[in-house]
Design a protein around this ligand. Structure first.
Ligand SMILES: C[S@@+](CC[C@H](N)C(=O)[O-])C[C@H]1O[C@@H](n2cnc3c(N)ncnc32)[C@H](O)[C@@H]1O
Length: 272
């Protein structure tokens, strides 16, 4: 696929998802952001870069730890950024600014930032090594570069059921991008290729029970999966939803539906 078309599709997907991206069903993004921000081990006065900020969860978690510092947050989707600005305002956090940019073509000067992070964003880049190298260029020597990703067990068995059913419709199934970085070994290889050192990766379980099918649907509808569902006609979407609801209801237990979310938090450093 042409790279501009690919970027346009990502932007469209997240522009459409922005409205509900912060719904309670997707609160794992908030816990993940806290883990990533904590792992950055800020002193408190740094200027940090947050790439693919989305609705700002990582940027805000970092900004809270940077009482004497600042966060510059970047995203491709203007609708996600609108939400990020509202979130910052609601939380009365003002030591950050938001820029609508493609992180692959952002032209910050070399060594501008003390640290950089990217929550669930690197795996969207067609060339992850070039992308990570370019983020690294913006960071001062010795600075931390932190990312998050998901393990292969994410949202199983719900996700497998979704994929098996949606494949019975005429949709173009994109590759599940996070699978490019679903293990510590893959992340290690990426960091090494980008010339980073002292990498450490930790795995956290940030899952919880969903109240029912509606919450699972919120996750599908207000995240990257929206791009697949958007390919269905409205009648197919109704048919799909009904059939998928029936199979997901079978997984409801006393506490609800278990949403398994295992995340990888990795931090490495630019050599001095
Ligand atoms: C799954 S969301 C993650 C948002 C946030 N970092 C978090 O942890 O909740 C992925 C975000 O990456 C953004 N994105 C994808 N490719 C991008 C690019 N090339 N430049 C900037 N943002 C990008 C999307 O617009 C989307 O907001």
């Amino acid at each position: 696929m042409d790279i501009q078309v690919y970027k346009y599709k990502i932007k469209e997907t997240f522009n459409n998802a922005a409205e509900g991206y912060d719904k309670p069903a997707l609160r794992f993004f908030l816990s993940a952001a806290e883990h990533l921000a904590r792992s950055m081990r800020f002193a408190g006065n740094e200027h940090a870069l947050d790439m693919a900020t989305g609705t700002g969860s990582v940027a805000l978690a970092c900004a809270q730890r940077l009482g004497a510092g600042h966060v510059t947050a970047v995203d491709l989707s203007e609708k996600m950024l609108e939400k990020a600005k509202i979130n910052a305002h609601k939380q009365q956090i003002s030591n950050l600014d938001f820029l609508c940019l493609d992180m692959e073509v952002s032209n910050f000067s070399d060594d501008t930032f003390d640290a950089a992070c990217c929550g669930f964003g690197i795996f969207f880049l067609p060339d992850m090594v070039a992308g990570l190298k370019s983020i690294t260029k913006h960071v001062k020597p010795g600075g931390a570069i932190g990312i998050s990703s998901f393990t292969g067990a994410i949202m199983e068995p719900l996700l497998q059921k979704f994929i098996e059913r949606i494949m019975t419709y005429r949709v173009v199934m994109p590759s599940l991008s996070w699978k490019r970085l679903d293990s510590a070994e893959k992340i290690h290889a990426l960091y090494q290729s980008a010339g980073l050192e002292r990498l450490h990766t930790r795995i956290y379980q940030v899952g919880y029970h969903l109240a029912g099918f509606e919450e699972w649907w919120d996750i599908l509808w207000y995240s990257g999966f929206r791009g697949i569902l958007s390919q269905l006609s409205s009648s197919d979407l109704t048919r799909f939803r009904q059939a998928h609801q029936k199979e997901i209801q079978l997984l409801v237990k006393e506490q609800g539906i278990w949403l398994n979310i295992e995340i990888l938090i990795s931090v490495g450093y630019k050599p001095v």
